[in-house]
Design a protein around this ligand. Structure first.
Ligand code: LLP
Length: 432
């Protein structure tokens, strides 16, 4: 829920990575995304320790991606799952080898597929027949790189308990090939193309999943499918990828799945379902949130404290849905605290954003020490799906991302200026 290095110092101010948050806010301004590198490293190492003997960890870049994050994952031996040409360019530009990348997405444009086939060793997770055919055609144009390695994305018909918007593996999902006949046909077509090297299967059932059971069930269905394909088409996968989705706690006392337990359950299913005469497929996981969410916090400055007659007391800050769309989009819960020395007592306030929408409320009914204008408030667990989903709504510049580690702070992404906000604008062309 919070960074592993979070502490309140002797001065009662919060610190992270050994640096006082009020000092960081003074230096970099607010709003400010902070990432605690120690926490990212700890989470990534936990995943690696569990998965490495059995397969591969690909960090899901959609949770948070920038050049330094790719470099960090690379140094920790973690691959990256990218989902667009922009994420692919970020990963390759940061020096990650294409062999350590997986390219996802239910839509990949011709330009994106061309980029994929020109990166030797990159694996593509194919989501539709259109894509399979376009990829095969694109691979013909890059003969030197040989056939392109592919996983077929299967929709396993599993509906985990999470927000509807982030379920992906249920019947009727827009993602993947429905398990059964449709997926069998996709495998047959992939096997028939000399430009495609089928490596295995993938499924991802959703995100912020708190129960480990559906992931093991995903593995069970993928393996059942693999055995059927083996019997009917004679193909056995080298890799079975069960996606990401392991949830985190956003509130004190909330439970999060144990990573070791999730991995062991999946590995056991894969081992058990592999026929004795065949090699056990390598198992891949694609954790995003569970690597980066806890490491992040967002620092805001309180700009307005407004009591409404008979309604909430709003504590309005200098950020909101532009830097964190999750409360407005999913009703996502968060936990806040004051960064400076807490005043005595507790008060219930609604932490409101600065954007021009009534729905821009970061936390309803947060119980905090009394706050006043000018105070710094932190919102925890904002490392995943905040910066990566940030917008320019209301033409508010996006905040910087600063990483802290062992008493040192470094910018990972510069904050935008008004010039950045206007950069792509083109003046009116008509004299009228
Ligand atoms: N693999 C695939 C194919 C995915 O689609 C996703 C997430 C992941 C891995 C990583 O899942 P994670 O471990 O981070 O849960 N914007 C939403 C989350 C959308 C997730 C989309 N796919 C949110 O803010 O909650």
């Amino acid at each position: 829920m919070v960074p592993d290095t979070l502490a309140r110092g002797d001065d009662r101010a919060l610190s992270v990575g050994g640096i006082s948050i009020p000092v960081l806010a003074e230096q970099y301004g607010t709003p400010l995304y902070l990432l605690d590198v120690e926490t990212i490293v700890n989470r990534a190492k936990t995943w690696m320790a569990q998965v490495s003997p059995h397969g591969t960890v690909y960090y899901a870049g959609k949770a948070f991606l920038c050049t330094a994050m790719v470099e960090l994952m690379d140094r920790l031996g973690v691959g990256v799952d990218v989902v667009s040409g922009g994420e692919l360019a970020t990963a390759l530009g940061a020096g990650m080898s294409p062999q350590r990348l997986l390219f996802h997405g239910n839509v990949k444009t011709a330009a994106e597929l061309a980029a994929a086939v020109s990166a030797p060793g990159l694996r593509v997770v194919v989501d539709s027949l259109e894509e399979l055919r376009a990829l095969s055609a694109a691979a013909v144009r890059c003969p030197d790189n040989g056939p392109i390695a592919v996983l077929i994305r299967v929709t396993p018909g599993i509906e985990p308990d999470t927000h509807d918007y982030i379920k992906t593996g249920h019947d009727g999902s827009k993602f993947g090939f429905p398990i059964g006949e449709v997926a069998h046909a996709a495998v047959a077509e992939a096997l028939a193309s000399p430009h495609i090297a089928l490596a295995g299967y993938h499924a991802h059932i959703g995100s912020q999943v708190l129960d480990p059971a559906p992931m093991a069930e995903t593995a069970r269905r993928l393996m059942r499918f693999a055995v059927e394909v083996w019997q009917q088409q004679g193909f056995w996968p080298q890799m079975v990828d069960v996606g990401g989705g392991v949830g985190v706690a956003y509130q004190p006392g909330a439970d999060a799945p144990d990573i070791a337990q999730v991995v062991q359950a999946v590995v056991a299913v894969v081992a058990e379902a592999t026929p004795p005469s065949l090699d056990r497929p390598r198992v891949a996981f694609e954790p995003g949130r569970s690597i980066v969410a806890d490491s992040g916090l967002t620092v805001y400055r309180v700009e307005v404290v407004k009591q409404t007659p008979g309604g909430p007391t709003y504590c309005a800050v200098d950020g909101g849905m532009g830097d964190n769309i999750r409360p407005a989009l999913y009703g996502a819960p968060y936990t806040a605290d004051v960064a400076g020395p807490p005043r005595p007592g507790r008060a219930t306030v609604t932490l409101a954003g600065r954007y021009c929408e009534t729905g821009d409320l970061i936390i309803r009914d947060a119980v905090l020490p009394p706050v006043a204008v000018g105070d710094l408030v932190v919102v925890y667990t904002t490392g995943a799906y905040t910066h990566s989903m940030a917008s320019h709504y209301n033409r508010v510049p996006r905040p910087p991302v600063v990483a802290v580690w062992r008493g040192e702070a470094h910018l990972w992404v510069r904050g935008e200026t008004f010039a950045d906000v206007r950069r792509q604008d083109v003046p009116l062309a008509w004299a009228l």
